[in-house]
Design a protein around this ligand. Structure first.
Ligand SMILES: NC(=O)c1ccc[n+]([C@@H]2O[C@H](COP(=O)([O-])OP(=O)(O)OC[C@H]3O[C@@H](n4cnc5c(N)ncnc54)[C@H](OP(=O)(O)O)[C@@H]3O)[C@@H](O)[C@H]2O)c1
Ligand SMILES: *[C@@H]1O[C@H](CO)[C@@H](O)[C@H](O)[C@H]1NC(C)=O
Ligand SMILES: *[C@@H]1O[C@H](CO)[C@@H](O)[C@H](O)[C@H]1NC(C)=O
Ligand SMILES: *[C@@H]1O[C@H](CO)[C@@H](O)[C@H](O)[C@H]1NC(C)=O
Length: 332
C-alpha cells in the first residue's frame, strides 16, 4: 500500500517538476523570440544641429527616447509637469551621454493656457524644431472633466498634443525636413464611440470602474491619435512627416494609477514577456531617425515595422471629420 503511494507521489512530483521546467523554458523562449530581438532601431544617424522636443521625456519610454536622441547629438527639450523629476532626468541624460544641450520646460497638457504659453515661448526661444515626439500620456485616472467639458484622459492623450502640434506647425515646416512622431497604443482597438456622430466624442459617458471600461476610455483617445496623424499627414507640406506607433507593453509609471495587486501581476507578466523602457522606445527612435523613413508619412508602426491599425483607424472620412471637430474645439 505504502509503496504504491510513494510511487504515485514520485510520479506526480516528476510530472510537476517537468511541467514547471517546461513553463520556464517556454517563457524564456518567448522572451527571446518576442523581445528585444524584434524591433530594435539599428540606425547610426547623428543629429548634431537638430532640435528635438519630447513631451513626457522625464519618465519611461519618453526618457529613453530623450536619452537616445541626446546621444546622437541633438539638442533635446523635455516638456512635462513634474519639475523635480524632469531636472533629475536632464541631469541623468547629460551625465550619461555627455551632451550638455538637454533642457526641461514646464508643460501641462491638461491645461490649454499652459500649452499656449509653452508654444509661444518655444517659438520665440528656439529657431528650429526638427523632431516633435508627442509621447506624454496617462492611463487609469478617475473620471474628471476640463473646464470646457472634455474628459481629462482625452485632453491629455489627444486634444492637448493636437493643440501643441498645431501651435508648433509653422516652426516644423520652417525646419524641413522635419518629423512628427505620435505615441498611440494597441488599445486603440478597444475604442468604442459613435463614429457617425462625433458630437460627444470628447466627453466620456461610460463607466470607469472596471479595467475593461478604462481600456475603452483610453482606447478612444488613442484611436483619435491615429486618426489625427492620418489627417495631419495629408495636410502637411512635403518634407514634414507624421507617423504614429504602438510602443509595446512596457514596464513604466503609466500603470501607477492601477491598484497595487493588478500592477504586481502586470509587471510580472511584462518582466517575463514584454518590454523594458529602452525596448519600448525603439519604435519611436526608429521613426525619429531612420533615413529610410524620410518620406514615410501617415502610417502606424509596431516593433519598428509598418502595420495596419484597426479598421476605424484607417477611415479617412472619420479622420477628416475628427480633425475639423478638434480644430473648432481648440479655436474656441
Ligand atoms: N507603457 C505601456 O505599456 C504603453 C503601451 C502603449 C502606449 N503607451 C504610451 O506611451 C506613452 C509614454 O508612456 P510611458 O509608459 O512611458 O508612461 P510614464 O512613464 O508614465 O510617462 C508618461 C509621461 O507623460 C508625462 N505627462 C503625463 N501627464 C502629463 C500632462 N498633463 N502634461 C504633460 N506631460 C504629462 C509624465 O510627466 P509628468 O508627470 O512630469 O508630467 C511622464 O513623463 C504614453 O502616451 C502612453 O499612452 C504606453
Ligand atoms: C499626431 O500627429 C499629428 C501630425 O501628424 C498631429 O497633428 C496630432 O496632433 C498628433 N496627435 C497626437 C495625439 O499626438
Ligand atoms: C448627435 O448626438 C447628439 C447628442 O448625442 C444629438 O443631440 C444630435 O442630434 C445628434 N446628431 C445627429 C445628426 O444625429
Ligand atoms: C525621399 O524623396 C526624395 C525627393 O523626392 C528622394 O530624393 C529620396 O531618395 C527619397 N528617400 C527615400 C528613402 O525614398
Amino acid at each position: 500500500m505504502w509503496s504504491i503511494l510513494v510511487y504515485l507521489i514520485g510520479i506526480s512530483a516528476k510530472i510537476i517538476v517537468s511541467f514547471i521546467l517546461f513553463c520556464v523554458l517556454f517563457l524564456i523562449g518567448c522572451r527571446f523570440w518576442l523581445e528585444p530581438v524584434k524591433g530594435v532601431c539599428k540606425c547610426k544617424t547623428k543629429l548634431h544641429g537638430k532640435i528635438a522636443l519630447i513631451t513626457g521625456g522625464n519618465s519611461g519610454i519618453g526618457f529613453e527616447t530623450a536619452k537616445d536622441l541626446a546621444r546622437r547629438g541633438a539638442k533635446v527639450i523635455i516638456a512635462s509637469r513634474d519639475v523635480k523629476k524632469s531636472e533629475e532626468a536632464v541631469a541623468n541624460i547629460i551625465a550619461t551621454t555627455g551632451n550638455e544641450l538637454v533642457e526641461h520646460r514646464y508643460l501641462n497638457l491638461a491645461n490649454k493656457d499652459s500649452i499656449e504659453t509653452f508654444a509661444k515661448d518655444f517659438n520665440k526661444e528656439f529657431d528650429r524644431l526638427d523632431i516633435l515626439v508627442n509621447n506624454a500620456g496617462i492611463g487609469g485616472i478617475k473620471k474628471q472633466n476640463t473646464e470646457n467639458g472634455i474628459d481629462m484622459l482625452m485632453q491629455i492623450n489627444y486634444v492637448g498634443p493636437f493643440t501643441l502640434t498645431y501651435l508648433l506647425l509653422d516652426k516644423l515646416i520652417a525646419s524641413k525636413p522635419s518629423r512628427i512622431v505620435n505615441v498611440s497604443s494597441y488599445l486603440h482597438k478597444m475604442a468604442k464611440f459613435d463614429f457617425e456622430n462625433l458630437s460627444d466624442v470628447f466627453t466620456y459617458s461610460g463607466q470607469t470602474g472596471s479595467l475593461y471600461s478604462q481600456s475603452i476610455r483610453y482606447g478612444n483617445a488613442k484611436l483619435c491619435d491615429i486618426l489625427w496623424t492620418v489627417a495631419l499627414a495629408k495636410k502637411l507640406p512635403y518634407g514634414v512627416t507624421a507617423n504614429v506607433l504602438h510602443p509595446g507593453l512596457v514596464k513604466t509609471n503609466i500603470f501607477n494609477n492601477f491598484s497595487p495587486h493588478i500592477k504586481r501581476v502586470l509587471f510580472l507578466i511584462i518582466d517575463l514577456l514584454y518590454k523594458t523602457p529602452i525596448e519600448g522606445a525603439q519604435t519611436i527612435i526608429h521613426l525619429c531617425v531612420s533615413p529610410k523613413l524620410e518620406n514615410e508619412t501617415g502610417c502606424y508602426y509596431m516593433d519598428c515595422k509598418k502595420v495596419s491599425p484597426s479598421k476605424a483607424a484607417e477611415d479617412e472620412d472619420l479622420a477628416e471629420r475628427l480633425w475639423h471637430k478638434t480644430l473648432s474645439l481648440i479655436k474656441q
